[in-house]
Structure formats: C-alpha cells, structure tokens
Design a protein around this ligand. Structure first.
Ligand code: MG
Length: 387
C-alpha cells in the first residue's frame, strides 16, 4: 500500500533528509504536500522531483512565483495555507519538520483531523504538551517522535506498564569540556560546530547550552506520560546509545546506531513497519571500541535543570521557557548577546513568570503567553544584555 505523506518544513535540515529517505523508498510513498519558508529555489527542485499536489509557502509573492512555474499544482501560502494542507485527510502521515513555535498550530490541525504525526518539532510539546496529547488521544492520531532520543525510547518501549525510568542521552555539545568562561564568550561559529549531529541553527545552539536536552525531557514527559522524577539525563559523548528504558525488573533496553537523522526519520514515517531503505554506514561494535558516560554539569549548563523545573511546575511555565529561549537564541545568532547571556535571560524570564503562570491553560492562553514573553524578552535583551 502506498503511504501518503506531507512534509512541513521541506527545505530545512530534517525536511531535506526526509526527502532523501523518500527518494530511496520510492513508490512506497506519495508526497501529497510540501511546505517551506523562503528557500524557493530548493523548493522548486523538490517539486520537480516529488510532484506534490499542494505546496505551501510563507508569503504571497513566493506563491505567485510558484503558480507561474507550476500551473498544475495548488499553491497556497501563510497560516491559512498550512491549515488547508494539514486538514487534508488524504494524508496518512504529516512530518512536522519546521523549527520553533510555528509548528504548534498546523500540528494541532492535523491531529484534529485524525492524521498521524511524525514529530520533529519539539516546541509543539514544550509549549502545549497537555493540549496536544489530549487532542491526539481524542482524535486517535498517533504521534511518532523523530527526535533521535524519543525515537529510541519509542523503539525500546515494549511494555508501558513496567517502565521504571527513561534514560535520555546527551552528547554534551561542543563545549562539554570547555572552560565555563570560554564557553560563555564563544562565537556563533564555535557554538554551531556540533561534534556529532548536523542540525538546524536553533537546535544546534540549544545543544551547546543543553537547553535542547531540557526541552527533550519535557517532550519525553508528554510523549510517554512519565513523571519528571523518572526521567534521567546522562552525558554520552559518542552518541551511539540514543536513549534507553530501565524496566522495573532491572532490565535496561537501549537503542543504538551511528548518529544519523535518516534512521529516526525513516522509522517514524514507516512505522509500524520497518523498511530496509536508506543505506547507513555499517555499525561495528569493535570499531567503536568504547562508550563513555558522565553526569551532566548543572552549574555549567543551568538550562537543563531550569527546563526540568518548568516542566514540573507545569501550566504556562514551559511556554514561557520556550519563548524566552527562542528569542535569546535568535539574539545570539544575530550577534546581539553572548552565549552565556542566553541562560541568564531565560532564567530571568522564568522567574518573572511566577505571577503570570496559568495552571490549566487553553490554547489561547498559550499563544498569549508566548506573545507577551517574546515581547518582554526582547525588551530585557535590549535593556540589559546587548553586547
Ligand atoms: Mg534530540
């Protein structure tokens, strides 16, 4: 049977790798829709290769260009365009591979339409995990994680009833053993040089501060319905064990592989089947030789603990964390603040959230919190943290 798929964020890091996987999988999949931001030349190439029925771009100007080029394709744009392609029930699965808060709305639309999700956008669950998971259960839509750690846990999860804890591995990023003061003043280029994974810019910076691992703890809590106290992080620089589950009888099941996003992407879109698709480098235990592990340094990477605390507090705390984090990372990438300021800014915004937390937020509360926190974070950056 042909599986019909849509990719949101087709020109990004996960999107392009997903299309590499789909190229190998050939006729097993039919691409229904592609959405992209502004990379129209790459999107044009993708349209010629994969012949989607619909394409969504961010603005009307780009939509007009594509309509002239491809008169047989339905070209839509903006939020309403995303809404349209995510409501299309001919889809079997939608891969959400956009980065940041823009993932939330279209993911919810797809879920409400009972369409299964391959989720690469962790912000969706960090911002509104309770709402998203509840909606998915109601509409009977599966959410299959693409994040390598959560893909590992999904694969190791043989029986939910007997889980004692989740063990999430972290490579430690480019500054694992760098002096803390040096790390705080690292350049954008140094922070983007991740030793193991090739990813988009936002997530690579989050990996350098270990904020990414904090967001992944929140993501894991929602995906697998496990208490925060039962989710542990361990630093594992080789990134061969992608995460593990400890069962109540003391058995630990881990998922291993060389660090390549092709594998979790392929797993998520093919699930529940496994298909021998894209070729990966052969895995050789003897060549790897040794795997090492260490405790995370919470002093050097305070965002890891802070994210966990926000998760435990619940309500709109994680929405605040996410919004402040995104704004701080954008400011760093734009050369406005130092790397070390990111954690100070996020910490300050989370502290300020104390009187504004909404314990049982509805979706409007989430978007309103997101908007206000972003505004306030930008102000804080300009008043206090700008270099
Ligand atoms: Mg990950």
């Amino acid at each position: 049977m042909v599986k019909r798929i849509t990719i949101l964020g087709s020109t990004g890091s996960i999107g392009t790798q997903a299309l590499q996987v789909l190229k190998v999988l050939g006729e097993k999949f039919e691409v229904i829709s592609l959405s992209a931001g502004h990379n129209i030349s790459l999107l044009t190439e993708q349209i010629k290769t994969f012949h989607p029925k619909n394409v969504c771009v961010q603005n009307i100007e780009d939509a007009k260009i594509l309509r002239e080029k491809f008169n047989k394709i339905n070209v839509v744009y903006g939020d309403s365009g995303l809404e349209e392609i995510c409501s299309d029930r001919t889809n079997d699965i939608i891969l959400v591979a956009v980065s940041g808060k823009v993932g939330l709305k279209p993911t919810l639309t797809a879920i409400k339409n009972g369409i299964n999700i391959a989720l690469a956008n962790k912000e969706t669950l960090v911002m509104a995990g309770d709402i998203v998971m509840k909606e998915a259960a109601r509409a009977k839509a599966d959410i299959i994680p693409v994040d390598s750690e959560h893909s590992a846990i999904h694969q190791c999860l043989t029986n939910k009833k007997f889980v004692r804890k989740l063990i999430i591995t972290a490579s430690g990023g480019p500054f694992l053993h760098t002096d803390i003061e040096k790390m705080k003043n690292a350049s954008v280029e140094q922070a983007l040089a991740h030793p193991r994974w090739s990813m988009g810019k936002k997530i690579t910076i989050d990996s350098a501060t270990l904020m990414n691992k904090g967001l992944e703890i929140i993501e894991a809590h929602h995906l697998f319905n496990v208490d925060y106290k039962d989710i542990k992080t361990v630093i594992h620089p080789q990134s061969v064990i992608h995460s593990a589950i400890e069962y109540i009888d003391g058995s630990i099941i881990a998922q291993l592989g060389l660090p390549s996003m092709h594998i979790p992407i392929q797993y998520a879109i093919c699930y529940p089947e496994r298909i021998a698709g894209i070729k990966t480098n052969s895995f050789d235990f003897a060549k790897i030789g040794c795997l090492t592990f260490e405790e995370p340094d919470f002093k050097k990477f305070p965002l890891l603990k802070l994210a966990e605390k926000c998760g435990m507090e619940g309500g709109t705390y994680t929405t605040c964390l996410n919004a402040a984090g995104e704004e701080a990372v954008f400011a760093f990438l734009n050369g406005k603040i130092s790397l070390g300021s990111i954690s100070d800014i996020v910490q300050e915004m989370v502290n300020n959230h104390y009187n504004n937390n909404i314990s049982q937020p509805v979706l409007d509360d989430i978007f309103e919190t997101d908007r206000i926190v972003r505004e306030q974070t930008q102000k804080l950056i300009n008043n206090k943290y700008i270099k």
